[in-house]
Ligand binder design. Structure first.
Ligand SMILES: [Zn+2]
Ligand SMILES: [Zn+2]
Length: 260
């Protein structure tokens, strides 16, 4: 059995919980430690059950409480060495760090393989994650400026997919709060994925096998859940896929998939 919940997602912090056959993992640790504890408890999970934390890249909204959480619960951190160094992570606070290069696999826990999928983003060595276990494929990818051939190839036929749907390009263009440089950064090939690009990625990747799609890392300023859902709903029309939006302030429900 696989269970997952996006505990929180957006530019103020990201973390996703995944449980596979009794092992529990966090992907990114960008909410405060207190919030991760509270949100895990609110979905009936214990922070002390976490076996490992995977980090996608060194931006603060993905690593904010990694020192506190890893030390408090004595959890190993699995990430690339470049991310570890660029995020100024400290080995004395993180007892156990396992380095995996982007493009590599982590296969040390029984029955789970995690592919560190390279993505395009303005960080040292950013990745998305593709997790394989007992015939189930789960993927999590946010903070990518555009979809490479590799990304659309690797995300094919997932049972569950958490994917960035960051902004509506029109809202971003019209936004009065964001300075021009920030707009350029978000829209660039090293920035964040628009709703339209997310829909095109789903068009190329979802299949009859796919049960869940969760749209994530939505901009609070340049997007809203209805617009994001509308742009992707047409892709999954007629398919047996539940599509949802991850929120910044509260966890999604727990989604479950039976393993073979
Ligand atoms: Zn981010
Ligand atoms: Zn980022």
């Amino acid at each position: 059995m696989i269970e997952f919940s996006v505990l929180g997602s957006g530019s103020k912090g990201n973390s996703t919980f995944l449980e596979i056959n009794g092992h529990s993992f966090l992907f990114d640790c960008g909410l405060s430690c207190k919030q991760i504890e509270l949100r895990l408890e609110s979905i009936g999970k214990s922070p002390s059950s976490i076996d490992a934390i995977f980090l996608s890249h060194e931006h603060d909204d993905h690593i904010k409480s990694i020192h506190t959480f890893a030390r408090r619960y004595k959890v190993p951190v699995i990430t690339s060495e470049k991310t570890f160094k660029s995020g100024r992570l400290e080995e004395k606070k993180i007892k156990d760090a396992v380095f995996i290069k982007s493009g590599g696999f982590f296969s040390e826990f029984k029955g789970i393989d995690v592919f560190f999928m390279p993505i395009s983003h303005d960080a040292a060595d950013p990745v998305g994650f593709v997790v394989y276990s007992n015939g189930v494929k789960f993927a999590l990818v946010t903070d990518l400026g555009y979809v490479t051939e590799l990304v659309s190839h690797e995300l094919k036929d997932c049972d569950a997919l958490v994917v960035e749907s960051n902004h509506d390009p029109e809202l971003l263009k019209l936004s009065e709060k964001y300075p021009w440089e920030l707009k350029q950064r978000i829209a660039s090939r090293m920035g964040h994925l628009s709703n339209g690009d997310c829909a095109r990625l789903l068009e190329r990747t979802v299949s009859d096998k796919t049960r869940y799609v969760v749209l994530a890392h939505l901009s609070e300023e340049n997007n809203n859940p209805d617009i994001a859902l509308m742009s992707t709903a047409r892709v999954v029309r007629g398919m047996n896929i539940s599509i949802d939006v991850a929120k910044q302030g509260e966890p999604t429900p727990i989604y479950s998939i039976e393993t073979v």
